[in-house]
Design a protein around this ligand. Structure first.
Ligand SMILES: [Zn+2]
Length: 309
């Protein structure tokens, strides 16, 4: 995947929280900055949660309650991103800028797709954090992995996750792997806007949770199909090409984050289907591929099929 050197980037779609204390679990500077209504109760809750290693926020889960608004005390400092990430040329040589460009492309696609179907896409920021973060869904540490919080409609990612994908999950890695992960999280945002998120409940191979996750994979594939043809405001696509190697690296990642793979290789070694929340590796590959090959969000109807793969 390459970016058009001359295309403009919009760094405001990413919120950089990495300067605001960093370090997971620590109560650090983030709470001290809690001017946004974080009272004593909030402090105590935050402290308890951080001692427990953070609340588990499964990506795309229907968590709606949590510590609403607590995240407002964290400081966004976008000065570095906005000065460094101005064009596609910047994205071609700077990793942070490449992520900005991917977020821009994914959201350009959904903006245009919603408009085609007569509705309006609301843009959602991606937050870069280090170690730990407070969100509308509660506090989370990097161990959670990247996630989307439906309560505040924002994506959260510690970019060190991409290293972990390689070292711990054995993925081959590469920029398109990262694009797949982000496009998956934005798939959850689309589900939130469409009202689908609330159906994502329960566990087990045919649960709503699995259907929701597989649909997000499918939506990521849909974006991948359109990635190099979605125009920016200038009229030209930001991404100039998506290669077969790119698609292969997304599929390689999908094959390492299926419930069965994780349970076998990173859990106890035993596969327990009743605990499935994301689908098997084969299913995740299948639904990404369905989205990629058809380019049609309507083909991602994981809730209306008896054949999840
Ligand atoms: Zn997900």
């Amino acid at each position: 995947m390459r970016f058009d050197d001359n295309a403009g980037l919009d760094a405001s779609e990413v919120q950089d929280l990495r300067g605001s204390g960093g370090g997971g679990g620590g109560i650090g500077g983030r709470v001290a900055l809690g001017g946004g209504g974080l009272g004593v109760v909030g402090l105590i809750i935050y402290f308890v949660l951080s001692q427990l290693g953070g609340v588990s926020v499964p990506s795309g889960s229907g968590l709606g309650g949590g510590l609403g608004g607590v995240g407002s005390g964290q400081a966004v400092d976008n000065s570095k991103l906005s000065s460094e990430c101005k064009t596609g040329a910047d994205a071609n040589k700077n990793h942070d800028c490449a992520i900005v460009a991917v977020v821009n492309s994914v959201q350009d696609y959904w903006t245009q797709q919603f408009a085609r179907s007569g509705s309006t896409y609301r843009k959602a920021p991606t937050n870069f954090f280090n170690g730990g973060v407070r969100t509308g869904c509660g506090s989370a540490t990097s161990d959670t992995g990247p996630f989307y919080c439906p309560a505040d409609s924002e994506v959260y990612i510690d970019l060190s996750f991409f290293e972990e994908l390689k070292t711990r999950f054995g993925a081959q890695g590469g920029l398109f792997t990262e694009a797949y992960v982000l496009a998956h999280e934005y798939g959850h945002h689309v589900q939130n806007l469409l009202g689908t998120s609330r159906k994502g409940t329960g566990t087990g191979p045919t649960s709503g949770s699995v259907r929701l996750e597989l649909q997000a994979d499918c939506y990521a594939g849909v974006w991948a199909n359109h990635a190099s043809t979605t125009p920016t405001e200038s009229g030209k696509p930001l991404i100039t090409d998506v290669t077969q190697d790119d698609i292969n690296s997304a599929l390689d990642t999908a094959s390492r984050i299926g419930d069965d793979y994780i349970q076998e290789n990173l859990g106890g070694g035993q596969v327990d289907r009743s605990k499935f929340t994301h689908g098997t590796s084969a299913q995740r590959k299948k639904w990404f591929t369905t989205g990629f090959q058809t380019g049609e969000p309507a083909r991602c109807d994981t809730f209306g099929t008896n054949n999840l793969g």
